[in-house]
Design a protein around this ligand. Structure first.
Ligand code: BEZ
Length: 240
């Protein structure tokens, strides 16, 4: 591959609302067919730049230690780097046997890590950003819903480890929006007020502003919120 090919814009990179591009790949947990094997679940498909690097190691340990928490929200984890399977296996064994980070140790990574040495999947998902590094995948996160649709995309550069509380918050917020047909405001967390969909008619706007809709409070006709207790959110999305 020439330098100009590497620097070429990524054609057909998937966007929010698109079906997740399909692929079959070898992973540390055997072959996967993506997203077919995950239909009916939420998935976080994420890339990392390279095995045996410190930021990635801290991220893998954090992801692995939160795996059960993500599973409680019906969310599976799938990692990818443009390293090969034997490198992945050796790195995950080293993490388990030798590395401690923020009180985490003996961490076994049991979610699949894709061998993408050909960069086939990384290119398909637009995980290679030649301006940052022409051969390593940046820290991309694709949140994919149970129908195989891409619902959120987040990118971080090589030097910046991801915020895992934010990734869990994104999962909870998307599931809450789907379940209750609401939107979630800035920094929303379960238990905070949620945004009710904008009034679709002058009549509804009038009704809301007049305080006639139970539990709905409006700052103005287009900005209305309602209470949604954390317990109601948690039992809907964990139990869903
Ligand atoms: C890291 O994970 O530490 C890392 C990976 C690639 C470039 C820079 C840092």
């Amino acid at each position: 591959m020439t330098t100009s090919e590497l620097a070429a814009p990524i054609a057909g990179m998937p966007r929010i609302g698109d079906p997740a591009p399909s692929f079959t790949a070898e992973t540390t947990q055997g072959e996967i067919n993506f997203p077919a094997d995950y239909l009916g679940k939420w998935v976080i498909l994420f890339s990392h730049p390279a095995d045996f690097t410190p930021v990635c190691t801290s991220e893998f340990m954090t992801f692995a230690s939160m795996q059960q928490e993500f599973a409680a929200y019906h969310t599976a984890l799938v990692g990818l780097s443009v390293d090969g399977l034997y490198s992945h296996i050796a790195w995950l064994r080293t993490i388990r046997d030798k590395i401690s980070f923020r009180g985490m140790k003996d961490i076994e990574v049991t979610f699949p890590l894709i061998d993408d040495v050909s960069m086939r999947v990384a290119r398909m998902y637009g995980m290679i950003m030649p301006g940052e590094d022409s051969t390593k995948a940046v820290r991309a996160v694709f949140v994919i819903d149970p129908t195989g649709t891409i619902r959120a995309i987040i990118y971080y550069p090589l030097s910046l480890g991801r915020n895992f509380d934010e990734l869990l918050r994104v999962i909870k917020a998307l599931q809450t929006a789907d379940h209750f047909a609401v939107a979630t405001p800035a920094d929303w967390r379960p238990g905070d007020r949620v945004i009710v969909p904008p009034a679709g008619s002058c009549g509804t706007a009038e009704e809301r502003m007049g305080g006639h809709v139970d539990g709905v409070e409006c700052e103005d006709w287009f900005f209305c919120t309602k209470e949604l207790p954390a317990q109601e959110v948690e039992s809907a999305i964990r139990g869903a």
